[in-house]
Design a protein around this ligand. Structure first.
Ligand code: ACO
Length: 322
């Protein structure tokens, strides 16, 4: 039985740092409000002309380099994003060409903030089925491009960034379990209500813009992640005490703390990057994973519980033996 093993990770962030103090100059907010409600201190914002594909490419190149895998050896590229460079081709196709992996399967997955977790789940299934041996999985976003900088409810929450992993078929575990879910009934609580087919203006004549009922999203996220981590443990045949690190979606420190509490884990076993990256949607989990690997916190043989929750609603997880 082949497992999908993470051989290496990579990440990329835009250079420009926007602090909470910078946002105080744009909207009626305060560093204290943002930090106490979300844990966010700063976020990265893509430069003009810098795209999701650019960030994805840099993260992917680093992961491939560290894996010692040539782009031409890849069987597949799966890229989670809700902010693609273009409507088509997929951003996965763009970076496939830039990397020189031409010919392999390449496609995007739009599952909002769960995009990377969905991409990882799909890649894992292809490897387990024996249909792919080396797969590049990326989560990349320039979410600030759909932020209305005059709306304090949302503009303080988001940032840009990308993370990537190279997966390889191996007899050693590996991804132990993945769980993917969605409930479209919650569409209106977190959405961007414009698009190609619906039209690029909503009923209030607004263009591209994140609409979020923050308090409701918060409540459903905490409840849903609670049952998701339980399901993930069951599917992996593991108990809370077997998990070495929780690597959660970085949307809000209070949601992360609630999930850690559910698992009986102290916060020193939780990877937190929300303070520096804010919510980078699909970029969030692989950015946190790469930071944890590079800092030496996450080591080979450890069990990692990865999870995310986002618009759709979508929610997804993976138990990974690193
Ligand atoms: N600065 C100052 N005050 C603010 C700000 C701000 N930036 N934003 C809102 N407020 C005000 C509100 O207007 C409200 O004022 P009122 O009491 O006078 O009406 C007050 O602060 C409290 O607002 P709440 O919404 O109750 O604040 P809450 O404690 O719920 O925190 C937050 C808001 C941070 C948005 C939280 O609800 C949250 O994190 N929700 C989940 C977000 C999330 O996880 N999204 C998921 C993924 S995103 C994706 O998939 C793209």
């Amino acid at each position: 039985m082949s497992f999908a093993r993470i051989v290496a990770t990579g990440s990329a962030l835009p250079e420009r740092v926007v602090t909470n103090a910078d946002l105080e100059k744009l909207v009626d907010t305060s560093d204290e409000w943002i930090r106490s409600r979300t844990g966010i201190r700063e976020r990265r914002v893509a430069a003009e002309g810098e795209t999701t594909g650019d960030l994805a490419f840099r993260a992917a190149r680093q992961a491939l380099h560290d894996a010692g895998v040539k782009a031409s050896e890849l069987d597949m590229i799966v890229l989670g994003t809700t902010t693609p460079d273009l409507i088509f081709p997929a951003t996965a196709c763009l970076i496939q060409d830039w990397l020189g992996a031409n010919g392999c399967a390449a496609f995007d997955v739009n599952a909002a903030c769960s995009g990377f977790m969905y991409a990882l789940g799909i890649a894992d299934k292809f490897i387990r089925a024996g249909n792919a041996k080396k797969v590049l999985v990326v989560g990349a976003e320039t979410l600030t491009r759909m932020v209305d900088w005059s709306e304090r409810e949302t503009c303080v929450l988001f940032g840009d960034g990308a993370g990537a992993v190279v997966l390889e078929a191996s007899d050693e575990p590996g991804v132990l379990a993945t769980c993917l879910h969605a409930d479209g009934g919650y569409k209106d609580l977190l959405w961007n209500p414009v698009g190609v087919s619906a039209g690029f203006k909503d009923e209030k004549n607004h263009g591209v813009r994140i609409n979020m009922s923050g308090r409701e999203v918060f409540k459903v996220a905490v409840k849903t992640l609670d049952s998701l981590v339980g399901q993930t443990l069951r599917e992996a045949g593991m108990h809370e005490k077997d998990v070495d690190w929780l690597i959660p979606h970085q949307a809000n420190l209070r949601i992360i703390e609630a999930t850690a509490k559910r698992l009986g884990m102290s916060m020193d076993r939780v990877i937190v990057t929300v303070d520096k990256h804010a919510n980078t949607s699909s970029g969030s989990v692989p950015l946190a994973l790469d930071a944890a690997v590079r800092s030496g916190k996450v080591r080979r043989g450890q069990n990692l519980l990865l999870e995310a929750f986002g618009g759709g609603f979508t929610w997804a997880s993976a138990m990974v033996r690193y």
